[in-house]
Ligand binder design. Structure first.
Ligand SMILES: [Ca+2]
Ligand SMILES: [Ca+2]
Length: 474
């Protein structure tokens, strides 16, 4: 080997290079078209990009070949090859030559091999192709029909129903049928009736306590407030063509009547509610919320943190949703919240709580319970420290100053956090788990569309949800 002249080595190297590529200009022409492809950055594609062993092509090379000056006499000259290659590359960009569920162009851009089904980007849902046994990553209309009826109507379709469904001539007809079935189910008591699915969705937000239930229906031993009103507003806001933000912003109540169908109707007054219209903020100011979460406290941190957690998905106790206000916490009620272990959370929580300062739980005479009381702290908590009365009604949520609880509710209801939390509830309900990393793209599209496409209506969002791969692939 050492006896070989340098010239022979160069010839050998050139020959090896030429034989590896059926066409020596191929790598350069490829990289001229895709200069930012990872395989072209500081290197050129290996021969195996298009070939099993040159000149035998792999599936990607074969796909290219059919678009390379079709009809022209073979072999092409290097010049003809080079001028024909860009168009052929373009022609196959949308194909998935190796069947790994990722297009050739995406594979080129992402640096995986378009001719090797075992090489694919790992962060693309369903990349790697189809699992034939479970049809993973294949949206399955029949599967959706079964699941939809079970999830939204509460029963499985009969054999006859499945047969009728399968007999629909096209996938479009099946999709239309599924949309109709969804609408039908959303009107049933299984979905919207007393103790139905939507009520269950509301349980962790309302946190009912049977012994404290007031009202003619299911009254407890110590009847303090009727939380069925909270369920009624929640269900109204989440159904039909209603704005889901109403659950936080409504200045009205909702009455429930009948069954199959259960009917929810907005009303301006209700015997079980005491808050005056000018100070209402949906379920944030319901008799039950004020009774149970404000109760006897001066500064209702518990009410503010529960609303933040229940409707915005942010649990301050878990360090979620912290937007510290620089001058806080001021500790008006002398609870020691300026201690280092507390200050981090209370710099967010306390200014969230101030707008609740005049919302009365169970202080004073019973006729004053669950009402808005100007000077509530001064009236009922005069003996609880000198600075308590200095507690402002203005607060801060998500770094935005607000002057009232109604403004707090507006900022909250218009936030991305509210959209995400609302969509997350349904995702968990219908998928059985919070969105996974693989499902994230579909999940983000869903909660963003709740605002941009669906104008804060849950119903069209659910129609979008049943079309996601996360919902429809077994
Ligand atoms: Ca592919
Ligand atoms: Ca591949």
């Amino acid at each position: 080997m050492s006896q070989l002249p340098l010239r022979s080595l160069v010839v050998l190297a050139l020959f090896a290079s030429a034989s590896a590529w059926a066409k020596p200009p191929a790598p350069a022409a490829f990289c001229a078209k895709y200069p930012t492809a990872p395989t072209c950055v500081g290197t050129v594609p290996a021969c195996t990009y298009c070939h099993v062993a040159a000149p035998q092509r792999n599936v990607y090379g074969t796909a290219l070949e059919t678009w390379l000056s079709p009809g022209a006499t073979r072999p092409l000259s290097d010049g003809d090859f080079t001028s024909a290659l860009p168009a052929a590359l373009t022609a196959v960009e949308g194909l998935d030559s190796d069947g790994d569920a990722v297009t050739d162009l995406t594979e080129i851009q992402r640096g995986t091999l378009p001719g090797d089904p075992n090489s694919f980007p790992t962060d693309i849902p369903c990349a790697g192709g189809v699992n034939p046994e479970y049809k993973v990553c294949q949206y399955d209309l029949k599967y959706v029909y079964r699941k939809l009826l079970l999830d939204f109507c509460g029963f499985s379709p009969t054999y006859g129903m499945i047969k009728t469904f399968q007999a629909l001539a096209t996938d479009d007809l099946k999709r239309t049928f599924l949309d109709q079935e969804l609408d039908r189910c959303l009107g049933t008591d299984f979905w919207r009736g007393k103790n139905g699915t939507l009520w269950k969705l509301a349980h962790p937000k309302i946190r009912p306590v049977g012994s404290l239930k007031a009202g003619v229906e299911d009254q407890g031993q110590i009847p303090l407030a009727d939380y069925y009103d909270d369920y009624a507003l929640f269900t109204w806001a989440h159904t039909d063509d209603h704005d889901v933000r109403s659950v936080l912003t409504a200045d009205f109540f909702v009455a429930r009547s009948g069954s199959n169908p259960t009917v929810y109707t907005p009303v301006t007054t209700k015997s079980t509610q005491r808050i005056d219209q000018a100070h209402r903020a949906g379920n944030m100011t319901s008799a039950w919320t004020l009774t149970y979460f404000v109760m006897f406290t001066a500064l209702p941190r518990n009410a503010a943190s529960q609303m933040y957690r229940a409707y915005l998905g942010l649990d301050i106790a878990k360090q979620e949703g912290l937007y510290s206000v620089a001058t806080e916490p001021r500790d008006y009620d002398a609870k020691g919240v300026q201690a280092p272990a507390c200050a981090a959370c209370h710099a967010t929580l306390d200014p969230l709580s101030y707008p609740y300062r005049n919302y009365n739980g169970l202080s004073g005479g019973q006729n004053l319970w669950n009402t808005y009381q100007p000077n509530r702290l001064e009236t009922f908590f005069a003996n609880q420290g000198a600075t308590l009365a200095m507690t402002p009604e203005s607060g801060v949520i998500f770094n935005q100053p607000v002057t009232s609880l109604m403004q707090w509710a507006q900022v909250a209801a218009n936030s991305d956090a509210f959209l995400r939390a609302t969509a997350t509830d349904y995702w968990k309900l219908l998928m059985g788990h919070a969105p996974t990393a693989e499902e994230n793209a579909e999940f983000v599209a869903l909660w963003q569309a709740l605002k941009t496409t669906h104008n804060y209506r849950v119903k069209p969002m659910l129609h979008q949800l049943i079309r996601t791969e996360a919902y429809g692939a077994p």
